[in-house]
Design a protein around this ligand. Structure first.
Ligand code: FAD
Length: 450
């Protein structure tokens, strides 16, 4: 059987690795971006000089050949599902038995005047990074970044690392407050400002002006102020990169539509990662989850589906992680911007440092439903276990140290969260003693190892 995977990002490359683990099928992995998979989330560190491109590769180059996974650096222009063939940009036709579409996302552009001038771009792929480098070498006296999301703040940090002044236009009245609860969002506002970024909240882009084909300024929509700049970063979200799929018989909406087996409307054709849109997602989850962790899970799932034809894709517990300048961010489970009825929240914020913990739980059953962490990291396996098992909030609080990477250090906030819970619920719970904790830890560890 010949399996062709279009895309070598985290989803496509994970699918290839796992198909190889499970079978001897012929595997071809095609990408127009790079010959070998690399970590997209590390793009910023190349610009900032912390890493070379080679360090971002997921595996050494020999890995793919050794595992008999053919890599092709080319663009797929067309899919012919009647003949089970794909066509590369040089006209080459390749026949597949199973096809996996893993083509990721592309940066959004909303038709602003001037959006195609030189020096105006998003940040998604290695080519974007090269363009950013070239623009920086030419000289940027000010960069304007449009959009307050994860990629926008990364771009701000990248320019900041080279002392290039940055203005950031954010439509909302607080950074990423369509995802972050108010306290956390405001912490990030303060942090952006503390890093010297000219953050303009409730501001949007009206137009981009140019001179000799390159950007020279932008005009703000609300203040009508004109800001001179040599670079405009368009970081207003991403959408599935599936234009070439639209000329085929495969059904698409925003993304390539798939069922819970990650199968498209056409037999033997699957879609995974950022470009896949689940027709029936789990309750409370999105149809398209364009994050690294989801891509990896889907890659593994599609390998099992193709090779074992038994398992379906389970969205599992929602997880995302990112970095806002120095503040690490992790979310597990359900954390909503506005607290739904029947959901309680415990929030602790460090009085002087950028650290915060939020734990949400159902008030009736007292089961934990979500963790939101700023400046503190929790162990994935522990949080996932607590959430999957609907663990009682009191059990979680008593054993919170199990989730910490450094239990000794965090006694301060654990007690504070416990005090808050006791005050709300008129209880008198205490943190588990270190000896008891160690017993639970041993038990949990053996359970996790099973
Ligand atoms: C700057 C940046 C920072 C990010 N930071 C985080 C983070 O901190 N945490 C997080 O969870 N997520 C982050 N993300 C999102 C995460 O990187 C993506 O969700 C993930 O990489 C998507 O993986 P994928 O395999 O679905 O697609 P991709 O990684 O996009 O891979 C798809 C590949 O397919 C290729 N391709 C597309 N069409 C064709 C075609 N027709 N023919 C041949 N090849 C084609 C593309 O060129 C690309 O190489 C970040 C994204 C960016 C851009």
């Amino acid at each position: 059987m010949h399996i062709i995977i279009i895309g070598n990002g985290i989803s496509g490359s994970t699918a290839a690795r796992h198909i190889r683990k499970l079978s001897d099928h012929k595997i071809t992995m095609i990408s127009s971006e790079t010959e070998y998979p690399f970590s997209r989330t590390a793009l910023m560190y190349i610009y900032m000089g912390h890493m070379k491109y080679d360090h971002t590769k997921l595996y050494e180059d020999w890995f793919w050949q050794k595992n008999n996974i053919e890599t092709v650096n080319s663009h797929v222009d067309h899919i012919n599902t009647d003949q089970s063939k794909i066509q590369l940009s040089d006209g080459t036709l390749m026949e597949y038995d199973k096809l996996v579409i893993a083509t990721g996302s592309k940066s959004n552009k909303f038709g602003w005047p001037g959006q195609n001038l030189n020096g105006v771009q998003g940040l998604y792929n290695i080519q974007d990074l090269k363009m950013m480098e070239a623009a920086s070498r030419k000289g940027i006296r000010r960069a304007v970044i449009v959009g307050g999301g994860l990629i926008g703040i990364e771009m701000a940090e990248m320019f900041h690392s080279r002392q290039i002044p940055v203005t950031m236009l954010v439509r909302e009245d607080s950074f990423w407050n369509i995802v972050l609860p108010q306290n956390e969002s405001q912490m990030i506002n303060r942090h952006i400002l503390a890093n010297g970024i000219d953050l303009r909240l409730e501001e949007e882009l009206l137009e981009i002006k140019g001179k000799d084909g390159s950007v020279s300024s932008i005009v703000c929509k609300n203040s009508t102020e004109e800001i001179h700049c040599e670079f405009v970063g368009l970081t207003v979200g991403v959408s599935p990169n599936i234009d070439f799929v639209k000329s085929s018989d495969i059904l698409t909406n925003k993304g390539v539509l798939v069922n819970s087996n990650l199968q498209t409307s056409v037999p033997n054709v699957y879609a995974i990662g950022d470009c896949a849109e689940l027709s029936s997602p789990k309750e409370g989850r999105r149809n398209i989850e364009a994050v690294w962790y989801t891509g990896r899970m889907m890659g593994e799932a599609v390998a099992n589906i193709i090779c074992n034809s038994s398992e379906s894709y389970d969205q599992g517990i929602w997880f995302n992680s990112a970095k806002f300048f120095d503040i690490e961010y992790q979310v597990y489970g359900q954390i909503s911007v506005v607290l739904p009825e029947g959901i309680g929240t415990l929030y602790w914020e460090h009085p002087s440092e950028n650290k915060a913990i939020r734990i949400n739980y159902e008030m009736a059953s007292k089961s934990v439903i979500g963790f939101n962490l700023m400046g503190i990291r929790y162990r994935h396996t522990v949080c996932e276990k607590w959430l999957t098992e609907n663990t009682h909030i009191e059990t979680v609080l008593e054993n919170l140290s199990l989730a910490n990477f450094d239990p000794e250090f965090f006694n301060e906030y654990e007690q504070s969260l416990m005090d808050k819970y006791n005050a709300i619920n008129r209880k008198n719970l205490t943190l588990k003693s270190k000896r008891k904790l160690r017993l639970v830890e041993n038990f949990l560890q053996s359970d996790l190892n099973d």
